[in-house]
Each structure stands twice: as structure tokens, then as C-alpha cells.
Design a protein around this ligand. Structure first.
Ligand code: COA
Ligand code: MG
Length: 311
């Protein structure tokens, strides 16, 4: 399991930002050819992204490229040129504005064809951004559309535009929400994404928080998506990474509790029981699964030893 807490979006036409990204602590770097790149820079951005992928030292970072939509004049060539040139440098292609399973079939089969042309196996995954009412309606089919599907991403700004929802903040996520709606406006959409992701063994990644100087607001939005089951969140600015990691990494108390749940349940099992009590609360196999997930994540982060008994 590779960490997916933060994904830093890096505009494709900004070389200095690529350089800065090579030094970032983000779990994933996404070089963007879509909405952060102006129309007149699309071709230059594509060439620059390919050069950066091939020439810069990215360490063992997870690297993705967001292509333009397949209904634009740029999308098909982004896919072709980037994958042909830098197939062994990228982990996934991020597909924006996915409206139907057919969009994923197209991207997936193009990658298959390029692999055949190159005479190699390509393990390149697909991350589908759900950012329209249509895409949301077809999410189950999209999530299951290809074995290359790895991730569903919530594209909140385009999604709210697609619904005709009021823009209450430039952040587009969690900022000033309470002034317009008593509750979490995006609860339904976010739960639907997590559910479709989990039903197909995919990751669910939340949209970025646009007010990049407001780390408190970012932490609040990240806590909400983390508690709904999202695995991580996009960032648009390097200063957001630390806050996102703090929220999406397990806390010390949570790890300690997970270790005690696992230990208590192991004991209960040895005594032939399927449920046990810990701190006055029932624990059963469902509790154990949640604890095990948290433990595995903490182990991945080097925060615990492999055996919860060592606590
Ligand atoms: N990736 C890499 N480096 C970035 C970055 C990013 N996303 N955002 C900012 N930086 C760098 C800047 O280049 C600057 O570097 P320097 O100190 O070497 O000059 C440093 O971080 C500080 O940036 P700052 O001055 O605070 O911000 P800015 O005004 O230059 O940029 C934005 C603000 C919002 C325009 C910029 O963060 C950005 O373009 N973000 C990405 C947008 C995007 O990808 N959108 C699509 C996805 S939703
Ligand atoms: Mg979008």
C-alpha cells in the first residue's frame, strides 16, 4: 500500500513549480495539463511535462498526469504523447470530467494499445474525476469500467457548477458553507463516491481546498472527508501538505486504541468468543477490521511495529 494522503497539483506549464514539486513532501505529485493550464499553453505544457517526467529526479514519489478531457482537442494527444514517452515514469493518468464508463474504456484501451506498441506490460492506473451530475449518476459503472481503475476523485468545483449550486466561496469546499446551508452540502455526493470506490476496491480522494492561506479551514474540510472514508485530499499549494498529512495520518491515541482492540479481540478469540468488551464498549469483527486498517496505515508510516502486542 502506497500512501495517498496528499496529491499536489502542479500546473503543467510552470517549470519552476515542477522543480519545487520535486522537493515537496506530498505523497503524490500530479502534473496538470487541464484546468490550471491556459488554452494557449496546452501544447507547451504537454512537452514540458514530458521533459520533467524524464529528466527531473522525482525519487520514489507516486507520479500522475492529469490529461485534458477526452471531449477537448487536446485530451487524446495528451494521453498518446505522455504515455508513449514516459510510460515507465508515471503511476496513473488522471481523467477529468468523466461522464460515463465509455470514457474509461477509451483511456484504458488506449493505454493497452500503447503497451502493445511498446512491447511491454504497462501497470499505469486510471484515476477518474467525478465532477458532473451525469458522472455521479453513472459512478458505479465508471468505478467498475476497467482493471486499470484505481481511484475516484471528487471534483467539487465543476460538480457544483454542473448542479447549478451557489458558489458561496472561492474555495468551493467547506468555506462559508454554514452561512448558506445548515449541514454538509456535499455529504450525499461524497458518500456516494466513497461507496462506489470501496465497492470496487478503489481509493477515494477529495477535492482541493481553494483558500490556500486558510489552514484551519483546510483542516476542517479534510477532517470531514477523512471521517466519511476518503483516503486523502488534493492540494493546490505546497503549504497545504502538512495539514493534510496531519489529518489523514492516524493519531497516537487512535493507534493505541487500535492496538488494544486487536489485542483484546485476539484474546477473546482464544477463549472461543466472537465479541468482547473494551472500555465498556462492544468490539466484534467489524471493529477489528477498522482497527486493522488503521494499524496497517500506521505501519506504512513507520509509526508502529508490525505486532500490536508490542504496545
Ligand atoms: N506546485 C508547486 N509549487 C507551487 C505550487 C504548486 N501547486 N503553488 C505554489 N508553488 C510555489 C510557488 O512557485 C512559489 O515558489 P518560490 O517560492 O520558489 O517562488 C512558492 O510555492 C510559494 O507560492 P506562493 O507565492 O505562495 O503562491 P503563488 O501566488 O505563486 O501561487 C497559486 C498561488 C494558487 C496560483 C498556485 O499555488 C497554483 O497555481 N496552484 C495550483 C493550481 C492548480 O493546480 N489547479 C488545478 C487543480 S484544482
Ligand atoms: Mg475540474
Amino acid at each position: 500500500m502506497r500512501l495517498r494522503r496528499s496529491t499536489l497539483s502542479v500546473p503543467g506549464h510552470r517549470e519552476s513549480m515542477h522543480e519545487k514539486a520535486t522537493r515537496s513532501h506530498a505523497d503524490v505529485i500530479m502534473l496538470d495539463l487541464e484546468d490550471s493550464v491556459p488554452f494557449e499553453s496546452k501544447v507547451d505544457a504537454r512537452n514540458l511535462v514530458i521533459r520533467s517526467l524524464l529528466e527531473k529526479d522525482w525519487g520514489n514519489r507516486t507520479l500522475t498526469v492529469r490529461m485534458n478531457g477526452i471531449d477537448t482537442p487536446f485530451g487524446y494527444r495528451d494521453l498518446l504523447d505522455v504515455v508513449e514517452a514516459a510510460a515507465d515514469r508515471i503511476d496513473a493518468i488522471v481523467v477529468p470530467k468523466v461522464d460515463s464508463p465509455g470514457d474509461i474504456h477509451f483511456v484504458s484501451r488506449m493505454i493497452d494499445g500503447i503497451a502493445r506498441h511498446l512491447g511491454v506490460e504497462l501497470a499505469i492506473g486510471i484515476e477518474a474525476t467525478i465532477e458532473s451530475a451525469r458522472g455521479m449518476e453513472q459512478i458505479a459503472g465508471i468505478a467498475a469500467a476497467s482493471p486499470r481503475m484505481k481511484t475516484l476523485v471528487f471534483g467539487i468545483a465543476d460538480y457544483s457548477a454542473s448542479l447549478g449550486a451557489r458558489l458561496v466561496s472561492i474555495s468551493g469546499h467547506g468555506e462559508n458553507e454554514e452561512t448558506i446551508y445548515p449541514g454538509h452540502r456535499w455529504h450525499y455526493a461524497m458518500c456516494r463516491i466513497v461507496n462506489a470506490a470501496r465497492a470496487n476496491g478503489l481509493l477515494a480522494i477529495d477535492a482541493p481546498y481553494g483558500h490556500f492561506r486558510d489552514n484551519e479551514g483546510l483542516a476542517r474540510a479534510a477532517r470531514m472527508s477523512c471521517s466519511l472514508g476518503f483516503d486523502g485530499k488534493w492540494a493546490i499549494h505546497p503549504d497545504q501538505i502538512e495539514t493534510i498529512h496531519a489529518v489523514f495520518s492516524p493519531g497516537k491515541e487512535d493507534i493505541e486504541r487500535a492496538g488494544r482492540v486487536l489485542a483484546a479481540f485476539r484474546m477473546a478469540k482464544q477463549q472461543g468468543r466472537g465479541a468482547a468488551s473494551l472500555d465498556g464498549r462492544m468490539i466484534d469483527q467489524a471493529t477489528v477490521r477498522m482497527a486493522q486498517q488503521l494499524w496497517d496505515q500506521a505501519r506504512e508510516l513507520g509509526m508502529v511495529e508490525s505486532d500490536p502486542e508490542t504496545l
